[in-house]
Design a protein around this ligand. Structure first.
Ligand SMILES: Cc1cc2nc3c(=O)[nH]c(=O)nc-3n(C[C@H](O)[C@H](O)[C@H](O)COP(=O)(O)OP(=O)(O)OC[C@H]3O[C@@H](n4cnc5c(N)ncnc54)[C@H](O)[C@@H]3O)c2cc1C
Length: 301
């Protein structure tokens, strides 16, 4: 059985960094997902003049300072983008492509990267639209599917799906797609709408020059493989407020054992707020784990 972590932290911006440093200080058995580049929102800042302890630093200098501290604490980053989280009993299963991990608590620190959705995507989520090849790929054995991919990092997911499905229409938002398979067809257009009745049954493409209207392709399912996902599509049942994850002053969300910190939990979008909330979220997770241990329930799922 997969290792069961005390805590999984999703996101390597200031909120996630603060959470990871605090989790280390509290000796938690934790796993941290994101990127060694940390956060584009740190790197891109021209001049940061309101972060305590560092006088007028560039974003790149702030990133180096963060990274140096992580290295000194010997904290490792699992360079994976989480694309689906499920509650399993009292614990949570996190998926990235075909890999998965289990944790008793979660801290979501994903920032606010806008994730564009195609018309019909949210309506048919779970009814033919999927974000997770590992979770749902087998449902489409020998069937016709469309895959919409926004990053070359997820191309191995397309290969996995092509091994299962009969026919795969591929739409990418980047240049240099090079996979070739007999059952793969790279489309020139891009989906305008996902349509169906109870379940998905077709993709309506954008009109190309010279066409009177976009083509309509019959499909059984649509996989959306993206760099970032809206929190609700990542973890079903998460309560939102004004496009942010709803969390209280202890960073507790509406789901037991799940905390949100940083930009994803609301304004103002600031490093100091993100760092503070990452710290608070770990303290809340520690308290929850302590209570669960007392009740002797934490390992049951
Ligand atoms: C140009 C610019 C300048 C700024 N200047 C300042 C300033 O001077 N002072 C100030 O206080 N604030 C400033 N900010 C705001 C500040 O950058 C943000 O408030 C801060 O970065 C928020 O931190 P965060 O950890 O919540 O999210 P982010 O920094 O956005 O980090 C989120 C991380 O999560 C990762 N992630 C997302 N989804 C997943 C997933 N599914 N799986 C794994 N990882 C995932 C992302 O890749 C990213 O690394 C600036 C922002 C910008 C864009």
């Amino acid at each position: 059985m997969a290792e069961l972590y005390d805590l999984a932290i999703v996101g390597t911006g200031p909120a996630g960094i603060s959470a990871a440093l605090t989790a280390k200080a509290r000796n938690l058995n934790f796993i941290w997902f994101g990127s060694k580049d940390l956060s584009a929102k740190v790197e891109k800042a021209q001049l940061v003049s309101n972060y305590p302890g560092l006088f007028q630093v560039t974003g790149s200098e702030l990133k180096d300072a963060f990274f140096g501290q992580i290295e000194k604490e010997q904290i490792s980053i699992t360079e994976k983008s989480i694309n689906q989280i499920f509650k399993m009993g009292k614990n949570y299963a996190l998926f990235s492509g075909q890999e998965s991990w289990m944790a008793k608590t979660l801290i979501l620190c994903m920032g606010t990267a806008p994730s564009t959705t195609i018309s019909g995507e949210e309506k048919f989520l779970g009814r033919g639209v999927s974000y997770c090849a590992t979770c749902d790929g087998r449902l489409y054995k020998d069937k016709t599917i469309a895959v919409i991919c926004t990053t070359p990092r997820l191309e191995e997911e397309i290969e996995f799906l092509a091994d299962l499905a009969g026919k795969v229409y591929v739409y990418v938002t980047y240049k240099g797609f090079s996979l070739t398979r007999d059952n793969l067809e790279l489309r020139k257009s891009y989906p305008a709408e996902i349509i169906g009745e109870n379940l998905v049954n077709a993709i309506v493409e954008r009109k190309l020059p010279g066409q009177e209207r976009g083509e309509i392709l019959a499909v059984d399912g649509v996989f959306c493989l993206k760099d970032s996902y809206s929190p609700v599509s990542l973890l079903k049942g998460l309560e939102m407020e004004d496009n942010h994850i709803k969390a209280d002053r202890m960073q507790q969300t509406n789901l037991e054992g799940v905390y949100a910190a940083g930009d994803c939990s609301g304004r103002p979008y600031q490093y100091a707020k993100a760092v503070g909330e990452g710290n608070v979220a770990v303290h809340s997770a520690v308290e929850y784990l302590h209570e669960e241990k007392k009740n002797g329930e934490a390992d049951i799922f």
